[in-house]
Design a protein around this ligand. Structure first.
Ligand code: ARG
Ligand code: ZN
Length: 896
């Protein structure tokens, strides 16, 4: 069944207060929910109260003190309908659920020896019957009772109000959350934890207690998380004027968790992978991800919790906005304390990393069977719509508004949004309207009406650019035109798509690569070296005057819009941009385009001949100049010298050939590694970071460059470098260096020494699950891995299909990050995928459906590959009792 956005109806009742009581036990938990229910007189009268529930056993229902009989309600597997409810009623529902049997990790479940909840989007209905929808907001009072020994700590949202011991080894704790919230923000945790605490003040001088809870004995790994939390508090105060509104803010780390983390009011629950870190177990990227996710969940307190979503179609209201906020947080942290130029390149690094993710995850989604606008029109299972489109493209849409309005007006729009909607459940339109108000205050002639199309149309627009130069008039005309074919469900509906409002930041470079002043013809504004163009029609032109020679355009600077910009650059022009563009993002982009073209050309010839040709010297020289440029930041250099991802290159092929792309990419790497062997070894030694480990961008950038050099050299099978890699593996003083050496050795070398390294790594780290996830992931992503070796890896005693992190580190790595393994000619990779989707589907449908998405693009592959993928998709689709989650994914994939 498909749920449609236009079918939204407000709930006929308010539920202003809820009192929950729990007798917590892993096998059987008893729940009493007492709620005040009031019929809404402003809506058409509905006589029955229809509540959601799943996997619950009903014990009793009381209305206004009276026990009611079965004739007063109807019970189906997913609803409880209480008939003829009075206008005002106190309803008490008593029920039980079975946390230990709950392998879906949604609702109340067991992880290790503890109990956790995950309620977004629809997990609360597995705890008790309720109006489990975000527009019903209630004040919660929660009483938790449990065994004192087994569950010494009992947490829920808000403020602690009471704690007492009970008879027979039990105790009771009560929590009160003063802010009305939807059920998806409810949380409880019960178990034994270590705690790190920190007292701090908000900007207005209120004392608050910050706490990070994790497995006993892991307290030494939560310092970075606590520091990140405090930086998040300060940043939201300074950049957005938003303060923490509770006396206490808690983060709890869970070993079993479906996603990254969850912003439950005052009680964030996290995947332990985004909490625990120390230099010996976590890499630089782990440190950065922890800071970003802690920021993300913390920022939800305002964008998500204080102002929430009317319904789940509006998910991007909170997710796109909060991703934008966490991206800006990271960028500000990276630029902190740097000079203006250094800060620009530090911000560019963050932008580059985000654009890489967007292109690798969201662009493919936007051209496949699951394509949807950032505000979807319909879904079968909302769990499938926590997508790169809703999150990452959603953030791009917010970023475009930020670009169009400027920082000041954007901030005014945010302030207005909270002024209008604090405490409400609202829509994306409400957000854009607040921004529109701020834009019009600045300039009454402008508006965001056309801009709103980004919310209703899917697909990645293609923007074609062309440049005409007229020597006689010294004018240069840039023409931009946009197109965006229907994608995904748009195809069936035959929808006519309209032009988007696309901000495109541009510059022009002279033949030496110097920026030219840009003066729009007939406008006497201040010439600047950069202009923000707004493409709103299908085709538009801009003429710049006073230009004496044909310039090289620098287009879509900072990736000012989520589009594919096509311009017929020569390789020489790309080399010029890559050496000189004053915009650090566009400079990186030019180098990547050169490398992408090279890989595509090599892949095409590899397909014909099984050989790869020598690369274009222009590309090799440009790469070499970037390597030798000692004036640039090492972290930036590492990004500029990296090869584009296989996935991004594949997107550029009309018929995708994964093996050809993987082969071409590795041979380009090998050629470069051989060609620049001396320089790379020199770089390796120059970029060492002796002394105490710090995850700060400076040293992290140096490590990234050093380890990139090592990886090119080892890929080129350079003897001296292989020695260096073994030395680094054995003597590294931090996990970043250890992992880098381990990965390149495991992927690029074979033999007894490599096997010993793999065994040794396991033995040294078997006590730390997050490190063992890395150990599994390296093997699953190795070019040597096969479906057969994966089955072997899954027979390892440390493998556990029920733990999502472990499943991701093995199965997902192989199925979505291992081209050669998945696309092995014998088809075993495809069968492995189908087997694992089916195995996971009976345990955890949300995770199974994510894995199912690895085949979204089957129809775009070359013949042979495509047919085999289709067969396995059909095998999955034909399986009886498939979950709604997985069914939606495979049926949409096959409908294409
Ligand atoms: N709101 C959480 C976050 O983005 C993610 C929750 C995901 N829930 C789910 N069922 N997929 O921070
Ligand atoms: Zn979020």
């Amino acid at each position: 069944t498909t749920i449609r956005r236009e079918d939204y109806r407000p709930f006929a009742f308010r539920i202003p207060t809820v009192q929950l009581e729990f007798e917590l036990e892993a096998d059987l938990t008893w729940v009493r929910a007492q709620m005040i229910v009031q019929r809404r007189m402003d809506l058409p009268r509905v006589s029955d109260l229809e509540l959601d529930g799943e996997d619950l056993a009903l014990i009793s229902i009381h209305i206004n003190g009276d026990l009611i009989g079965a004739e007063r309600y109807t019970l189906t597997p997913n609803t409880l309908k209480i008939l003829d409810v009075p206008d005002h009623a106190e309803i008490i529902i008593v029920s039980t659920c079975q946390p230990a049997k709950n392998t879906s990790l949604s609702g109340l479940y067991v992880s290790g020896k503890s109990l956790f909840t995950q309620c977004e989007a629809q997990g609360f209905r597995k705890i008790t019957w309720f109006a489990d929808r975000p527009d019903v907001m209630s004040v919660y009072h929660v009483t938790l009772r449990a065994d004192r020994k087994q569950y010494p700590l009992l947490l829920s949202n808000g403020n602690l109000v009471l704690k007492k011991d009970l008879d027979d080894q039990r105790h009771e704790v009560q929590w009160h959350d003063p802010f009305a919230k939807p059920s998806y923000l409810f949380a409880l945790v019960a178990g034994e934890f270590g705690c790190r605490e920190h007292q701090t003040m908000t900007a207005s001088g209120r004392k608050v207690l910050l706490q990070v809870y994790s497995d006993p004995g892991s307290e030494h790994q939560t310092q970075w998380a606590m520091e990140s939390l405090e930086r998040s508090l300060r940043w939201d105060e300074q950049r957005f004027g938003l303060e923490l509104d509770l006396d206490r803010f808690m983060i709890v780390a869970a070993r079993d968790f479906n996603m990254g983390a969850m912003e439950n009011k005052g009680l964030n629950i996290f995947n332990a992978a985004y909490v625990l870190a120390d230099p010996n177990t976590a890499t630089d990227s782990n440190y950065q991800a922890i800071e970003a996710v802690i920021g993300h969940e913390y920022f939800h307190n305002w964008t998500g919790n204080r102002v929430t979503c009317r319904d789940w179609f509006e998910l991007s209201l909170k997710e796109g906005l909060t991703v934008f906020r966490d991206q800006e947080f990271t960028a500000d942290m990276m630029a902190q304390g740097l000079s203006a130029t250094a800060a620009q390149s530090a911000r560019a690094i963050k932008r580059i990393d985000d654009v890489i993710t967007l292109r690798a995850a969201q662009f493919p989604e936007d051209s496949g069977p699951m394509a949807h606008p950032i505000r979807p029109q319909s879904y079968q299972e909302i769990g499938n719509f926590y997508t790169a489109t809703v999150y990452e493209k959603g953030a791009e849409v917010i970023r475009m508004m930020h670009t169009l309005l400027g920082e000041q007006a954007f901030r005014a729009g945010m302030d207005e949004y909270f002024r209008r909607h604090d405490g409400q459940a609202v829509t994306c339109d409400d957000f854009v309207d607040a921004m529109n108000w701020a834009l019009q205050k600045k300039n009454p002639t402008r508006d965001l009406t056309q801009f709103k199309r980004w919310y209703s149309q899917a697909g990645t627009p293609r923007v074609n650019a062309s440049l005409a130069f007229d020597a006689a008039t010294q004018c240069c005309t840039l023409t931009l035109s946009q197109e965006c074919a229907p994608v995904g469900v748009e195809k069936q509906s035959g929808m006519k798509k309209l032009p988007f409002h696309i901000p495109i930041t541009v510059g022009l470079l002279d033949e030496k690569g110097q920026p030219l002043p840009l003066a729009l013809k007939g406008q006497d504004d201040q010439p600047d070296t950069e202009k923000l163009l707004e493409l709103t029609k299908e085709t538009q032109s801009w003429t710049f005057e006073g230009i004496s020679k044909r310039p090289t355009p620098s287009l879509l600077r900072n990736f000012s819009a989520p589009v594919n910009l096509i311009y017929p650059y020569t390789n020489e022009e790309l080399a010029l941009l890559s050496a000189h563009d004053s915009n650090a993002f566009a400079r990186w982009e030019a180098g990547q385009e050169l490398a992408t073209r090279q890989i595509l050309a090599m892949a095409a010839i590899w397909r014909e001949t099984g050989q790869t040709p020598a690369p274009d010297p222009v590309m090799i020289d440009a790469w070499g100049s970037m390597l030798k440029d000692t004036d640039i930041d090492a972290g930036y250099q590492a990004r500029a010298l990296s090869m584009p991802l296989e996935k991004t290159v594949l997107e550029r092929m009309s018929a995708m050939d994964p093996v050809a792309v993987a082969q071409a990419r590795v041979s380009l790497k090998r050629v470069i590694g051989q060609h620049f062997c001396k320089e790379l070894i020199a770089t390796y030694h120059q970029q060492s970071t002796p002394g105490k480990y710090s995850p700060a961008p400076g040293p992290a950038g140096k490590r990234a460059l050093k380890n990139l050099a090592l990886s090119f050299l080892v890929t080129a099978h350079q003897k001296e470098a292989i020695e260096l890699a073994f030395q680094q593996f054995n003597h590294a003083t931090n996990m970043t260096d250890r992992m880098a050496a381990f990965t390149t050795l495991a992927h690029e070398t074979q033999g007894a020494r490599t096997s010993d390294a793999i065994t040794q790594f396991y033995e040294n780290w078997q006590h730390d699950p997050l490190v063992i996830d890395k150990w599994f992931a390296v093997q699953a992503s190795s070019p040597l891995a096969t479906a057969k070796s994966m089955t072997g890896l899954m027979a390892h005693p440390a493998f556990n299909l029920r733990n999502p992190n472990r499943a991701r580190s093995v199965i997902f790595q192989f199925c979505s990050a291992n081209m050669l393994g998945l696309h092995a000619a014998d088809g075993t990779g495809y069968a492995f995928w189908a087997d694992q989707v089916l195995a996971l589907d009976t345990l955890n449908p949300e995770i199974a459906a994510r894995l199912a998405r690895a085949f979204d693009h089957w129809s775009r592959f070359i013949p042979g590959v495509k047919d085999r993928m289709q067969q396995e998709l059909q095998r999955v689709a034909a399986h009886p009792n498939l979950s709604r989650n997985t069914m939606e994914i495979v049926s949409k994939a096959l409908a294409l």
